[in-house]
Design a protein around this ligand. Structure first.
Ligand code: AVJ
Length: 369
């Protein structure tokens, strides 16, 4: 709807004049014309009926990460922000790509080791899943645990989290499901109701998908230390890790032929446009995956195909041709790397399993006594 159109609807109204703060109820009852919605008659002839089309809001942490990340000499935005609802859906599509072996490897690995993990954790356990996304791997663990007490999926995308939790409820109708919307990069506040869990039930923190690879090794150690605190001294952590260091299979996994990974990466710019008043010309950026052999990590970049500038929340950012925004690292931590990270986090390995010619591993970790 153009501004001119709105002016026609409310003659004389200055849209820039701040309106007085109203109670939310009064605000909802207002239409564009300043008449209560229930008194607005549809004016089909002019197509001028005011509509409620949904709401817009932005996460101030998203705003500050984007503004500060784009202000650096080497522009970067943390991968956390790739996962709005659309990004979560695109990531789900990635997990089904022929090139993206990690999810399939992990699922088949979990099928073979879930029984052993369940035996070690015992009955009445609470399963807490970090970055639960679609919760597709969850039934493999939950189905093996004897009388699971509760399932606590933790994810940053609230809409996606609730959708996945609802689907899981169909499969485990008697299980308490207590979703938590949170960024696991910060301390996670568990639901209050977990206080009523039986004292004998232990906590199993499930951190699958090699999500830990998004973190620098020192951040990964700090994150695992927080997860160790979350599971408590009797609890355990199930950690899924992509160990593949073979470029021939890695590069296609992060730059698939169908372009789904590119869409996932570019959705970050679309999200900035949607939520932060961004003016990115998304077509003038392209996705690139690189492998850093020294650090054993995949990097995702959005490359500016020409010299250009874009605004975010009213601030302008200039891009040279070929300049990039670094949007993700995906470290490929091998057994030795996990050893040193776990040690820093005061965790010890209880067991580990491997699949797919050693490409993918599951580690069972527990806090050191
Ligand atoms: C969800 C972080 C594990 O690094 O493989 C997939 C994200 N990025 N394709 C990964 C991702 C591009 C994924 N993690």
């Amino acid at each position: 709807m153009s501004t001119q159109h709105l002016r026609n609807l409310s003659p004389g109204a200055d849209l820039r004049t701040p309106r007085p703060l109203l109670s939310p109820a009064a605000e909802l009852g207002r239409s564009v014309r300043g008449t209560p919605l229930d008194r607005v008659e549809p004016r089909a002839s002019r197509g001028a009926r005011a509509e409620l089309t949904g709401w817009t809001s932005y996460d101030p942490r998203f705003a500050s990460d984007v503004l500060s990340g784009l202000s650096q000499p080497r522009k970067s935005i943390p991968p956390t922000w790739l996962y709005d609802q659309r990004g979560s859906q695109l990531f789900e599509a990635i997990t089904e790509l022929p090139e993206y072996y990690a999810t399939r490897s992990e699922i088949s690995l979990l099928r073979s080791c879930a029984g052993a993990i369940a035996a070690r954790i015992g009955p009445d356990a609470t399963v807490i899943e970090i970055g639960s996304g679609s919760s597709r791997k969850t039934p493999l663990l939950l189905g093996a645990v004897q009388r699971p007490y509760a399932y606590v999926p933790v994810d940053i995308s609230g809409a996606f989290l609730m959708h996945s939790a609802a689907l899981l409820r169909g499969r485990f109708p008697d299980l308490r499901i207590m979703p938590v919307v949170a960024d696991f990069m910060r301390p996670v506040q568990l639901p209050h109701a977990l206080r009523f869990a039986p004292a004998s039930g232990r906590r199993l923190v499930f951190f699958p998908g090699s999500t830990i690879g998004n973190l620098e090794p020192d951040e990964a150690a700090a994150c695992l230390a927080r997860l160790g605190a979350l599971c408590g001294p009797n609890g355990m952590i199930v950690l899924g890790v992509d160990e593949n260091r073979d470029e021939e299979t890695l590069l296609p996994a992060y730059n698939d032929a169908a372009g789904v990974t590119a869409a996932f990466d570019l959705n970050l710019l679309e999200r900035i446009n949607r939520e932060l008043g961004g003016t990115f010309d998304v077509g003038a950026f392209r996705h690139e995956a690189r492998y850093d052999r020294e650090r054993h990590r995949i990097e995702m970049h959005l490359v500016s195909v020409r010299e250009q500038s874009a605004e975010v929340l009213g601030r302008s950012f200039a891009f040279a041709q070929g300049e990039t925004i670094h949007t993700e690292n995906s470290y490929k931590f091998d057994r030795a790397a996990i050893d040193s990270i776990a040690k820093q986090a005061k965790l010890q390995r209880v067991a580990d399993w491997r699949e797919d010619r050693g490409r993918f591993a599951v580690h069972l970790l527990a806090p050191c006594a």
